[in-house]
Ligand binder design. Structure first.
Ligand code: MSP
Length: 510
């Protein structure tokens, strides 16, 4: 049954340009959005940039520009990168957008009116790269003897002291535990749910949510001179985009059935602060939080500080947009950490795209040209591949539903391998033209039709091209599942085109 599907990525900081870690979450979200469009769902896919706060103000200062210029420049780089990767959000939100200011002020005013805020003196450790507060026992020892190091960036924290508004997070310990108890599937994978529960059970302290030492933020409506703490601005983007503060009916229609995607670095903000903020504002916590691990390079988290960043455009230059998207969707399972290696990308590209998918198409087109005058025969209703295709669809659908693109694509590629195996066994290229050859080729073309649809969330280009070459009109992305996944959709009698290899074999430069 088609429904509504609201899907978000974190909004990315604009201190630096996007790398493949940002692309990983965003490509995954884009592919999920495409899958749900195939199902006929009313999809709203949101991504964007997080532009306020000290981290951005300092980056701007270092670059000799204003924070607004820093935000404009870098936000544009994110948008260009998403264009390059065929990532098509329904909205690209910027926290400097006017409707976001309205939403943040309305949301936090509500929390204030509900009595969950108080003013007090803040004194404590702060990590600017994390934009996060730390307790003494969170910090790692500093080998140079200075302030302790934050556990994420391994940078010395700074001492902050000022008058701030505080959110009574401590009052939400029990409501959060009750909510997690009632919603056992809210956080996936399960291990990350335990991590969230661990943070809550460890004890929640009230948290400072405003600043006076900084003006690059959303002003606090009831206390001039204060701006909101960047996370209490950023998280609200998920509400802004569906009309919080501007279109209450729209908000009510979409919330709380959201699917947030994020990596484990920001689990505390999404699984503790955000649900508590929502409760304090009288709203339901988010229904689904899908947490993934880190892309590692040489065993380390890819990051600016580790000097091991890889940029999407460099990989697209070698493997194309489809090669890029396929690699991260298929070979970086959503959940655990995973190492990225150039050799791994080459191997996967050559095996799955050049050999399996590319070969199936080129073999079929060549033999159809030779044995069937270039006209694709219809599949056999009783083909042995029909059951394989039904299984592949069932598994792929369940896997996309569970936010496991790698499993969905594995199921899809199993179908490709079975079709190649059938061709190798039947060897239609050696046989005389006739019903036997027609049947085998018709089945193989039907597999290609199905694969074009099932792989279209990953292969935004090749799926459409293969679709066209087997003579179909329109695009695989316009098909509707589950109907379009039924065996026998290829009508036969259509021209099949031979063309250049869909995925030329990649030979790494010597
Ligand atoms: N601005 C905050 C998020 C606010 S959301 C309300 C932020 N920004 S960020 O630019 O640091 O992006 C963090 C996110 O980028 C991660 O949660 C993840 O989605 C993605 N990744 C960044 N580096 C990554 C890896 N090395 N590996 C996997 N994902 C990575 O935090």
């Amino acid at each position: 049954m088609p429904g509504r599907y609201f899907l978000t990525t974190p909004i990315y900081y604009v201190n630096d340009v996007p790398h493949i870690g940002h692309a990983y979450t965003t490509v995954t979200a884009d592919a999920l959005a495409r899958w749900h469009r195939l199902l006929g769902d009313d999809v709203f896919f949101l991504t964007g940039t997080d532009e306020h706060g000290l981290k951005i103000a300092r980056a701007a200062e270092a670059n000799g520009i204003t924070p607004q210029e820093q935000a404009d420049r870098t936000s544009a780089r994110f948008q260009e990168t998403w264009d390059l990767l065929d990532i098509e959000p329904d909205r690209f939100i910027r926290t400097t957008d006017p409707d976001h200011t309205v939403a943040v002020q309305a949301f936090l005013q509500k929390i204030h009116d509900n009595g969950h805020l108080y003013k007090s003196q803040y004194a404590g450790w702060y990590c600017v790269p994390c934009e996060a507060y730390y307790e003494d026992d969170d910090l790692l020892p500093n080998p140079d003897g200075g302030n302790g190091l934050d556990p994420v960036h391994l940078r010395p924290v700074e001492w902050f002291e000022e008058e701030n508004w505080f959110f009574k997070l401590s009052e939400f310990t029990q409501p959060l535990l009750d909510w997690y108890e009632a919603q056992p599937d809210a956080v996936a994978p399960g291990g990350k749910r335990n991590e969230a529960l661990g943070i809550i059970k460890h004890g929640l302290k009230d948290i400072s949510i405003t600043r006076t030492s900084l003006d690059w933020g959303v002003p606090v409506p009831w206390d001039p001179g204060h701006v909101f703490y960047v996370w209490y601005d950023a998280l609200i983007n998920y509400a802004t985009a569906i009309g919080y503060g501007t279109d209450p009916e729209r908000f009510a229609a979409w919330w709380p059935h959201v699917h947030h995607l994020l990596a484990k670095d920001i689990i505390r903000f999404h699984t503790v602060y955000w649900p508590a903020m929502l409760m304090a504002a009288g709203e339901e916590p988010p229904a689904h939080l899908n947490v993934h691990g880190y892309l590692l390079v040489g065993g380390e988290k890819m990051s600016k500080t580790s000097l091991n960043q890889i940029f999407p455009a460099d990989l697209v230059a070698d493997f194309g947009v489809d090669g890029f998207r396929y690699h991260f969707l298929r070979n970086a399972p959503f959940g655990p950490d995973g190492d990225v290696s150039y050799e791994g990308i080459v191997a996967g590209y050559n095996a799955d795209l050049a050999n399996n998918f590319g070969n199936l198409l080129s073999r079929v087109a060549t033999v159809v040209a030779k044995k069937c005058d270039g006209v694709g025969p219809a599949p056999r209703p009783d083909s042995p591949l029909a059951a394989v295709a039904a299984d592949a669809y069932r598994e792929a659908a369940a896997a996309w539903d569970a936010v496991q693109p790698s499993v969905a694509l594995e199921a899809t590629w199993r179908l490709i391998r079975e079709a190649n195996a059938m061709l190798e066994e039947a060897e239609p290229w050696k046989a005389e033209p006739g019903p036997e050859v027609d049947g085998v080729l018709g089945d193989a073309i039907e597999v290609l039709r199905l694969v074009c649809i099932l792989a279209s969330p990953a292969l935004t280009r090749a799926a459409g091209e293969a679709w066209r070459r087997i003579g179909l009109t329109g695009s695989p992305a316009d098909q509707r599942l589950p109907e379009a996944a039924s065996w026998g959709g290829y009508p036969g009698g259509l021209p099949v085109e031979k063309g250049d290899p869909l995925f030329p074999r990649f030979k790494p430069p010597a």
